[in-house]
Design a protein around this ligand. Structure first.
Ligand code: SAH
Ligand code: AVI
Length: 336
């Protein structure tokens, strides 16, 4: 993963590191797609949604009336920025995981008087545009973007050595992992940020399917386009011949697992190739493309504790749709 240096050399360093990061990402994308189409059930990890087009479509999703998550989390952040800042204290380096457009970041940066900002995202071009915008808004703040997969080991820029840290993981992106992967990631964040660090994390809550399904299957079809863009991406980047119009977007609430599932369902028997390898999918069969797990308040706190993060503050909206938790990395005590 590519950590990027000081302001003077940042752009050149990003360009240099991007070549390596990109070719590693290309290989990982190819491997995940070929394995995912060969396995049963067919499934491709959700992180591959985010090429430039996918990141733009996600931004469109955040503005949909049905997609309550973004505006709710933003309203919680605005309402409680001062409380959050008094619990974190000033002068921390803010490290954001899956920063995307960094649209919510100014709310945090303005409140916590950070010493530096480190946005991490797999969607490189989009990350660079977001950083350029933030540099305009916070001209004195050192910004060190990292293009890469936050599921892999992460080395923070040397400039952050000895600086206290605040992790920021908004948007309920943690919900796109199953519980073991979520705990692994939270533990890795603990290791990366270090004991005494804080983590501000947004986690979407369990609620009726009548609210959840439209949030993931909106009337304008933007989420459908976001999901189908994965097939376009496979065709573009992996020499695929997938007939995209033969697939439809499906969003399901799986109550047992407490998750929204997104699938791409074949509307007829199809055969195609990817990277020269043949595949066939029968009518009605799906490719599972995303899980979005939802958590009750106690579940969310347990998840954090399981990875060594002790909740020290929690905020929600009036309807209790979404939870924002501030947690502290404490040494994990021996039982009991
Ligand atoms: N934090 C923003 C964006 C959420 S969308 C918000 O709250 O609105 C999820 C973001 O995480 C996308 O920008 C995507 O590119 C990024 N992402 C998803 N999986 C990732 C991974 N494994 N490593 C790094 N970034 C990832
Ligand atoms: C980024 N992530 C938390 C979004 C979610 O709600 O699971 C991605 C998304 N998928 C469909 N709509 C939005």
């Amino acid at each position: 993963m590519a950590a990027v240096g000081d302001a003077r050399t940042r752009r050149a360093a990003v360009r240099e590191s991007t070549a390596t990061t990109t070719s590693l990402a290309d290989r990982a994308f190819r491997a995940d797609v070929l394995a995912g189409l060969s396995g049963r059930p067919r499934a491709i990890p959700a992180r591959w949604f985010y090429d430039r087009r996918g990141s733009e479509l996600f931004e469109d999703i955040t503005r949909l009336p049905e997609y309550y998550l973004t505006r709710t989390e933003r309203s919680i952040l605005s309402a409680h920025a001062a409380d959050i800042a008094s619990l974190t204290g000033p002068g921390r380096a803010v490290v954001e995981f899956g920063s995307g457009s960094s649209a919510k970041t100014p709310l945090v940066l303005s409140a916590v008087a950070p010493s530096a900002y480190v946005p991490i995202d797999i969607s490189g071009e989009f990350l660079r545009d977001s950083v350029a915008e933030l540099e305009r808004q916070f001209p004195k703040l050192p910004i060190h973007p990292i293009e890469g997969d936050f599921m892999h080991r992460l080395v923070l820029p040397a400039a952050l050595a000895n600086q206290p840290r605040l992790g920021f993981f908004p948007g309920s992106t943690i919900g796109n992992m199953n519980a073991p992967a979520a705990v692994d990631l939270l533990r890795a964040m603990w290791e990366t940020l270090g004991e005494g660090s804080k983590l501000l994390i947004g986690i979407d809550r369990i609620k009726p399917a009548s609210v959840l399904i439209p949030a993931y299957d909106d009337a304008q079809g933007v989420t459908a386009e976001f999901n189908l863009n994965l097939l376009h991406r496979i065709n573009r980047e992996l020499g695929g011949t997938i007939p995209v119009s033969a697939f439809r977007h499906v969003a399901r609430w799986n109550d047992t697992e407490a998750r929204i599932e997104m699938h791409l369902e074949a509307t007829r028997d199809v055969s195609f190739s990817v990277d020269g390898r043949p595949f066939a999918i029968s009518k009605g069969k799906t490719i599972h493309t995303e899980n979005s797990y939802k958590y009750g308040p106690r579940d969310a706190r347990l998840l954090l504790r399981s990875a060594g993060w002790t909740p020290i503050g929690e905020w929600t909206d009036r309807e209790g749709l979404f939870g924002l938790i501030l947690a502290e990395a404490r040494a994990i005590p021996a039982a009991p």
